[in-house]
Ligand binder design. Sequence first.
Ligand code: GDP
Ligand code: ZN
Length: 309
Amino acid sequence: MPPGTIVKALSGYYYVLPEGVELQEINMITCRGRGVFKNRKITPLVGDRVMFEETENGEGTVTEILPRTSELIRPPIANVNVVVLVFSVTEPVLNLQLLDKFLVHIEHTGIEVVLCFTKSDLLSGNSDASAPKEMTIAELERITKLYEGIGYTVLKTSSRLKEGVEAILHYLEGAVGVFAGQSGVGKSSLLNEMISGRNLETNEISQRLGRGKHTTRHVELLPLNNGGLVADTPGFSQLDFMEVDAESLGSCFKEFAEAAEGCRFRGCLHLHEPDCKVRDAVAEGTIAASRYDHYLLFLGEIKDRKRRY
Ligand code: GDP
Ligand code: ZN
């Protein structure tokens, strides 16, 4: 048997999607974990690539978990290789500080990120927007350039206009993806646009069952037409810096890397140290002031937290 991927884990059963099957002929194998997992530290996770054997009753047994490339804790999914970070251009107002915070967390996991600005239909073409809440096309372009300049893939999407959905799908081809972003930005709407009828139905069903009532709602990976899998629940909802320490924060700001190599002190925190090339780059404008400001802010938060615990 070829390996498969666990797409759902429920009540001691693992639902395994064999590799290399067409979506039309998906035949999920319901598996039990072999007893051996119970004695070991490792528990099969959704997203795990596993070896399995079919049993006589058409079910199967998971016999081995293949090495993981990544492991998310919230939601618990193994082998995620793309995070689609969703922010709306407005409603709620685009908050770049929060965006950078999400980026820090994702960078810390080492997983690739695709930045997605959605609700583009709400953009105002007016360049001198009088309403402070409005986001203009020009302003979004400026922000897009900023993040593209750092090296991020930036997409502009709208579920309402069905814009950019194909582009997201492209980045999820053959990948395991998770959507992330604050609530209300339009993640579920994008997900619904991406997924064919079969999966929409399961979404509706879980809503009817009142998924909010179950605190330990299960995670499920939904198969896409292009061989990708996407989690039906957002990730990175809790944003604290418990796992990122002051010394590694700088490395979560990708564009600091080159300058930081030139800093006089190894482990330079880019605060007040002499000969700090990161601060030089900020002064020259090669590193955006907004990014450096957020770095300082997050560094302060990490230090405050350390003091408290
Ligand atoms: P989530 O909490 O991130 O999953 O956000 P939802 O997908 O539930 O969307 C939150 C609200 O934004 C809903 O009222 C949606 O109808 C609305 N919304 C989502 N996508 C778009 C969009 O592309 N354009 C507009 N105008 N509204 C959207
Ligand atoms: Zn420095």
